[in-house]
Design a protein around this ligand. Structure first.
Ligand code: NDP
Ligand code: 8X3
Length: 262
């Protein structure tokens, strides 16, 4: 009897991840690199981007293109995409991950600049990236856009009106994008996580580490790698199958504000 080792063909994809300098984005980059895919990674902190790119190239022998820009600046985003080297334009997966919460205040006491940062990043930044990358997918009649929403886009919680509003917008934009791109064979997915221990709360509480750590005390939150696994999973399904929406929670979290702490 003749045994032949059948070669495993892994189709190498180009994955574009916004906000890869920390948290989910960094874990998503590692997950795809580990699985042999080439990456375009973005964020504002150049040194962190370059360190990550180096790590992934060395550890996984993949190609990585770091692009340092602010997703809130449409001209910077547009020029980053327009100037992509030709071979990097065949983007298979766009992960719209860059985002943040700033502040946790009742509406009548909130800081207006916090609102601007959240809406400009979470809503307009995601829109800019989608607007500049989706035509490349339409031209190839293939692609997958994955938007990182949140449990905050499913339920509103006290003092989170604007962050929640921005994530409800992500939910609506995800649905609208899917409708507009369905005839172009482009998958559109929202992944909506619950509480996850990243730099998220440190950013929300403007560097107050004690307050940030307190969010995750007494229960096991999601790790960034859990979210990365979910993002990777939705890209592994057959061409005719799409996950529209995935809400991913820590087992100890039943709703946006209901967390069982010991
Ligand atoms: P982190 O703070 O750990 O990471 C956020 C990333 O977004 C960083 O890489 C940051 O990079 C990038 N980013 C922020 N603002 C900009 C900007 N203006 N331009 C470019 N990049 C930017 O947070 P998470 O990983 O937790 O958050 C990732 C996404 O997940 C966000 O959309 C968040 O709303 C969402 N989310 C988070 C949850 C959580 O509990 N952690 C739960 C549900 C959803 P840099 O600073 O270098 O620009
Ligand atoms: C982040 C999760 O519950 O802090 O989107 O808003 S939450």
């Amino acid at each position: 009897m003749l045994f032949a080792i059948s070669p495993i063909f892994i189709m190498t994809k180009i994955i574009f991840i916004t906000g890869a300098t920390a948290g989910f984005g960094m874990a998503i980059a590692r997950k795809f690199a580990e699985n042999g895919h080439n990456l375009i990674i973005t964020g504002r902190r150049k040194i962190l981007l370059e360190e990550l790119a180096k790590e992934l190239v060395i550890n996984f022998n993949v190609e990585v293109l770091p692009l340092c820009f602010d997703v809130r600046k449409s001209a910077e985003a547009e020029s980053a995409i327009a100037n992509l080297p030709e071979k990097w334009k065949n983007i298979d997966v766009l992960v719209n991950n860059a985002g943040l919460a700033v502040g946790l205040n009742p509406i009548h006491e909130a800081v207006v600049d916090d609102w601007e940062r959240m809406i400009d990043t979470n809503v307009k930044g995601l829109l800019y990236m989608t607007r500049f990358i989706s035509p490349l997918m339409v031209a190839r009649q293939q692609g997958h856009i994955i938007n990182i929403g949140s449990v905050a886009g499913e339920e509103v919680y006290p003092m989170g009106s604007v962050y929640c509003g921005s994530k409800f917008a992500v939910d609506a934009i995800t649905k609208g994008t899917r409708i507009d791109l369905v005839s172009h064979n482009i998958k559109v997915t929202q992944i909506a996580p619950g509480a996850a221990n990243t730099e998220f709360s440190l950013v929300r509480f403007k560097g107050d580490k004690t307050r940030a750590d307190n969010v995750y005390n007494g229960f096991q939150p999601l790790a960034a790698a859990d979210v990365a696994d979910a993002v990777f999973y939705v890209t592994t399904l057959p061409p005719h199958v799409n996950i529209n929406d995935m809400v991913l929670m820590p087992t100890a979290q039943a709703s946006a504000i209901n967390i069982h702490k010991k």
